[in-house]
Design a protein around this ligand. Structure first.
Ligand SMILES: [Zn+2]
Ligand SMILES: [Zn+2]
Length: 761
């Protein structure tokens, strides 16, 4: 009887053998249900028809069922997952299963629910939108959208947070009708693998004949393309460089904020779509996907675009994944997990904001989606574009040393848009009003008078990072962590942001009973209340994880900002990323100094990127922007570089420091972390791992066992061991030799993990 090897979601670095009854067809990549102990598990066949097994014949159990309700995984994807399992030292079975949508990990049969699309009914088409009630804003938007094309709910959701209810109302009125959208998705003609690589003429808008439903019936090589923007010469050079490359090539698109990187992506996508290829566009933030989705749909109105991120329902995610797998989805826009989407016609990968740390998964399979994407592009022989205004120093170094090609956008796309002026306010020499300097407050006042927006950026939520007793010096330590509890004045509570533990705000000191308790430092809530006091008539909006807990809150806030219904924005890094607020002309940065003396060698790089991003929000339309940074170190080279928008200078000085210190990108790192309730268990494990590493006598540098930056979290003691090597190969060789030792050590009471190319220290 033939034997198959199956990947299972089991924390063991092995495949499992099962027999298949004569006559039953099983393909590689197919999902199966198999017995495992007393359970039945879903697995994926990774190898077929093994002649002999390590397990004796009578002990091999038969496959319970072959699941045929989804197409088998491709050999290409399995190769990619195999690479990830090997590179990140994570069990193959868990790697394969974690790449699948949840529905495909379950043994319940997949019942494809129809994805409804919406279009105008005949009475809806007869409506006069000009005379439609003005206050029904969302309904008007929906109707206007449906005049252009029929849409499914996901597409409409990009219009507003309340689309669901408003759509229902329109259906109830009889103006909008639903239909089964899947059958309407246009035919996915599979191109020849060697499609002609000629330079095609741009496709004219609406060159495809429209059908009665308002959609077009194009074959994959033709689509409607909104080519309203003329490329600058730099943008054109970038587009040409990528489209003229053949096969694999890694391009670093280094463009200042506002330089129009997205326009380059759009033209590259157009080029690929014309040839029937699929595009994978990776973005860091789930928060950004509805906006971007909307934008790309508007540029390619009849192209089948699917998003993949953790915010989708299980059904939506499966549907979109399968659309990618069948080749029907022409553009797949997603967060890091979408790097594992099946894409049979993949022809281009774009990683937007490639420096963003959210491309790195911080548990389970600790992969970097950017790095996996580069491997995948290489594997498929297609170009990959990494875009950023502040590239990671790893990517920047690779571009400088010639491994990647650099494409620079040095001018802003809108000719009139100037880069913002950046000034430092020396906090030692200025009058401060509870953390905000008087100069900055006066500038905000001017903006309010001019009906322009200001943004105050502070990367700390809550009211104050710590509560202190003036009598005895008591501090609001978390009793479960090594960190402090943050004061949230809104609901009068102290909260630990590490473990979630919270208590009521004490009115008297728990230690000495004194009533002299005061908050130390500022968070977003405190800044908000200081501004409220100073500008009682201003409309102030706070954007942080607390104020956007509700799923749709952030989208509603963005609409308010765009409608100019906000005077002052107060927010964390959520505000720094990728948003375009045309009325924003002033950015104030409060309290960036802690990163200047952090133990994390990437802290300066992260701060620089963050401040460049947040500064880039100011003055994007025709109004010049101004950035004011409150710091006690105005002469610091980092701020100097920011003032002159000198990324190259900053990167050069950082790289020189890294080279001296022997840090990445000049070395490759692996972090072994352990945490547990008993300190001696944690250190015993790490010390044995340390000794085992030494005993191997390989070409790596083994650093000492040290406490983690947060040495205790939720009553678990945390420590780590760092190993560095000069080459990737040396690191991988070392890991292959070291990891089996680690598995032999007692770690029953510990949580241990190996993190390859770690970002967190
Ligand atoms: Zn006290
Ligand atoms: Zn805590």
């Amino acid at each position: 009887m033939p034997i198959v090897r199956v990947a299972l979601d089991i924390p063991l670095a092995t495949l499992f053998d099962y027999t298949v009854a004569e006559g039953v067809q099983v393909a590689i990549g197919q999902r199966v249900i198999v017995p495992f102990g007393k359970r039945q598990l879903v697995g994926v066949v990774v190898m077929e028809c093994v002649a002999t097994s390590d397990v004796s014949a009578e002990r091999i159990k038969p496959v319970t069922q072959v699941l045929r309700d989804s197409a088998p995984l491709s050999a290409e994807l399995l190769t990619l997952l195999n690479f990830c399992s090997d590179y990140y030292r994570y069990p193959i079975g868990q790697t394969v299963l974690s790449a699948l949508p949840t529905r495909l990990r379950s043994d319940k049969p997949i019942i494809a629910k129809p994805i409804l699309s919406y279009r105008l009914s005949s009475s809806g088409a007869a409506l006069d939108l000009e005379n439609f009630p003005k206050r029904k804003v969302v309904q008007r938007r929906i109707l206007a959208k449906l005049v252009e094309q029929s849409c499914n709910l996901a597409q409409l959701k990009a219009l507003s947070a309340t689309v669901g209810a408003q759509l229902k109302a329109l259906v109830a009125e009889g103006w909008v009708e639903s239909f089964d959208g899947v059958s309407d998705i246009k035919s996915s003609v599979r191109p020849e693998r060697n499609a002609v690589k000629s330079k095609g003429e741009p496709v004219e808008a609406n060159s495809c004949p429209s059908t009665s439903s308002g959609r077009t019936d194009c074959v994959a090589s033709k689509h409607v393309f909104d080519n309203a923007h003329t490329l600058t010469s730099e943008q054109q050079l970038a587009v040409d460089a990528v489209t003229q490359a053949s096969g694999y090539g890694c391009f670093l698109l280094h463009g200042i904020t506002g330089s129009g990187k997205t326009e380059v992506y759009v033209h590259l996508m157009h080029h690929v779509l014309q040839r029937g290829g699929q595009v994978l566009l990776l973005v860091p933030e789930i928060n950004l996907t509805p906006q971007l989705e909307n934008y790309f749909r508007s540029r390619f109105p009849d192209v089948n675009l699917m998003s993949l991120h953790s915010g989708l329902s299980e059904g939506e995610r499966l549907h979109n994944w399968q659309q990618a797998q069948s080749g029907a989805a022409q553009i797949v826009l997603g967060t890091r997990l979408s790097v594992f989407a099946e894409l049979p016609k993949l022809a281009l990968i774009v990683v937007d904001e490639e420096h963003d740390s959210s491309f790195k998964q911080q548990d389970g399979l600790r992969y970097s989606a950017r790095d996996v994407a580069i491997f995948r592009a290489h594997q498929c022989g297609v170009p990959i574009v990494l875009g950023s205004a502040t590239p990671s120093l790893e990517s920047y170094y690779n571009a400088q040393s010639g491994r990647y090609k650099i494409l620079a956008l040095t001018g802003r796309a809108t000719a009139t848009a100037q880069l913002p002026t950046v000034r430092c306010i020396n906090t030692n020499q200025t009058v401060m009003q509870q953390g905000i300097s008087e100069n900055l407050l006066r500038e905000i006042e001017k903006r309010i008078a001019n009906q322009e927006q200001s943004l105050l950026f502070i990367n700390r939520r809550g009211y104050a990072p710590v509560l202190m007793c003036g009598g005895c010096g008591w501090l609001s330590d978390c009793k479960h962590c090594a960190g402090k509890m943050v004061l949230h004045l809104n609901d009068k509570r102290l909260r630990c942001h590490h473990c979630g533990y919270q208590i009521r705000q004490p009115s008297a000191c728990p230690s000495c009973g004194s009533a002299d308790m005061h908050p130390v430092g500022s968070g977003t809530q405190r800044v908000e209340s200081v501004l409220q006091e100073r500008f009682p008539n201003a409309r102030i909006l706070r954007v942080d994880r607390d104020s956007t807990r509700n799923k749709r809150a952030w989208q509603t806030m963005r609409e308010q900002i765009h409608a100019n219904e906000v005077d002052i924005l107060v927010g964390t890094q959520m505000l720094a990323k990728g948003h375009d607020f045309p009325a924003l002309t002033l950015v104030g940065v409060l309290n960036p100094d802690s990163a200047l003396y952090s133990s994390d060698f990437r802290a300066a790089e992260k701060l620089f990127a963050q401040l460049m991003q947040v500064a880039g929000r100011a003055g994007r339309a025709d109004k010049p922007g101004e950035v004011m940074i409150q710091t006690a170190f105005p002469e610091h080279p980092l701020f100097r570089a920011l003032q002159t928008h000198d990324f190259a200078g900053f990167a050069a000085s950082q790289l020189a420091e890294r080279k001296m210190a022997g840090f990445p990108p000049f070395t490759y790192q692996v972090m072994l972390r352990a945490e547990g309730k008993v300190e001696s268990d944690v250190y015993a494990y790490l010390n044995r791992a340390h000794a085992a590493a030494k005993a191997l006598q390989m070409d790596v540098e083994i650093l000492g066992v040290v406490p983690a930056a947060l040495a205790r979290r939720a009553n678990h003691l945390r420590a780590q061991l760092l190993v560095q090597a000069n080459t990737r190969r040396a690191m991988q060789n070392f890991l292959r030799a070291w990891q089996p030792h680690l598995e032999g050590f007692n770690q029953a009471k510990l949580r241990c993990s190996l993190d390859i190319d770690p970002l967190e220290f």
